[in-house]
Design a protein around this ligand. Sequence first.
Ligand code: ADP
Ligand code: MG
Length: 150
Amino acid sequence: MSVYTIKTDSADHTMAFAEKLGNALQKGDVLTLAGDLGAGKTTFTKGLAKGLGITRTVNSPTFTIIKEYSGRVPLYHMDVYRLEDSDEDLGFEEYFSGEGVSVVEWATFIEEYLPDERLEIVVSHKGDQQREIQLTPIGERYIELIKEIM
Ligand code: ADP
Ligand code: MG
């Protein structure tokens, strides 16, 4: 599996890259998003939403497991942290194969529901403003997608 790495040096830079990715996404795409608190997951998702044509403000979904935003393509922003100790199925497969793009934080907690093919993204803190974004495309669709935007 190939891992692609992008280094950013500001929140705007992270958002611009995510927006470019968002522009290239289509319905049924599934992204997992990992990283420590403050790494930039929400910042990344804000940029992604912009690329999807979403105008509403995207916030951390912590208190709602799934938040939906409408745009050129809808965004399903999920934070499944609270499902750590349960295997509750909130209809994930319908979201993943639905009309929108799914972004899943803490995806390992719902591993059993995740599609085999997906784009895994990890954001790491490297300095005050420096971040490293690692992208691992799994499956032909995501390999093509990454080639398109890199
Ligand atoms: P998370 O959702 O992972 O907890 P947030 O996106 O909410 O993280 O917070 C990231 C914080 O780091 C924001 O305050 C953002 O402005 C700041 N930041 C500084 N540099 C960067 C960068 N290069 N990429 C993303 N965020 C950055
Ligand atoms: Mg967040």
